[in-house]
Design a protein around this ligand. Sequence first.
Ligand code: CO
Length: 178
Amino acid sequence: MALLPLQKYGSSLLRRKTKEVIEFSNLQPLLNDMLETMYQEEGIGLAANQVGINQSLFVVDVSNIEDETDTKPRIFINPKIIDREGSVDIEEGCLSVPEIRAVITRAENITIEYLDVKQKKQTDQYSGMLARVIQHEYDHLQGKYFTDYLSLTKKSMIQKRLVEILQKGIPSKSITIK
Ligand code: CO
């Protein structure tokens, strides 16, 4: 296994819609490396384009979060969120946008279609933290950041930090937008 280099805000791959996965034969080593990288960075989700791979897949593991009952890593290949309902405000961060956190409104419950590692089509419903992380990672595959949802006023509050990420990979100070 190997740690993969993390793409940060400003990477062109993170602004592009990812390609559909069509080659499954050598996927497992990539998935293992993505999980290892995510755990090393103490993340709870990681999309392939965050580690420089232009493929439509992401991994999620919320088992380290307090009060979460989901205990295993989950893998979503060629996902499509087909239904969203409800609305909830939760604070988010992102490994590609370090030291910036913001309260984002997203659907409370989602239905997602995807392929599992055996290329079997699955349709699942998620709520709570899993629904939240899945929507965040799914956005990465569409070339979208959580900060895109902020109002212009709130975007201006993090602009300096974003420039610092572009220049140095990390901002001089952390910031949380409520
Ligand atoms: Co992210």
